[in-house]
Design a protein around this ligand. Structure first.
Ligand SMILES: Nc1ncnc2c1ncn2[C@@H]1O[C@H](COP(=O)(O)OP(=O)(O)OP(=O)(O)O)[C@@H](O)[C@H]1O
Ligand SMILES: [Mg+2]
Length: 133
């Protein structure tokens, strides 16, 4: 996924920190792809096509969870928007459907996981996904 995007988005610097000892996750490949496509597209749009995008995965063995983070250094999430981000048709883009994050939320819920959004320090947004290992 990251390699695919790297080829297309030359002005986006992908920085990955992937846990090499991830336990297997029961997950539909096509659906997990949709999750990343939506999160990456949002991150790239929030940075107007230029900036750094971080992808990290780690295994929280104690909780039996895999934690995935997608972070950017774009505009960040405005206060008040946080609770609406995952609602269908919530969009601040001229041509957005507002379905991207609703679909992401749905897929993660279907896999008994959780997703939350926060601001990234010093700027940008970070989406954190937790999935049962
Ligand atoms: N990485 C991000 N940084 C800042 N704001 C974001 C980010 N990701 C999502 N948002 C905000 O959440 C809104 C909803 O995102 P969502 O992906 O559901 O819809 P969209 O991107 O507007 O439309 P579509 O996904 O159909 O292109 C966005 O319009 C944007 O305001
Ligand atoms: Mg989107």
């Amino acid at each position: 996924m990251v390699l695919l995007y790297k080829g297309v988005h030359r002005d986006i610097e992908f920085l990955t920190d992937l846990d090499e000892h991830l336990p297997p996750i029961m997950m539909d490949r096509e659906q997990i792809k949709r999750v990343f496509v939506n999160l990456f597209d949002n991150a790239i749009q929030a940075m107007n096509g230029k900036g750094r995008l971080w992808v990290t995965t780690r295994y929280a063995a104690r909780d039996g969870k895999v934690v995935i983070e997608v972070a950017d250094e774009g505009a960040g999430i405005q206060s008040g928007d946080q609770e609406n981000l995952f609602l269908p048709y919530f969009s601040k883009k001229k041509t957005g459907t507002g379905l991207g994050l609703a679909i992401v939320h749905r897929i993660i819920s279907d896999h008994n996981g959780r997703i939350r959004a926060a601001n990234h320090v010093p700027k940008g947004a970070v989406f954190t996904i937790e999935l049962p290992a």
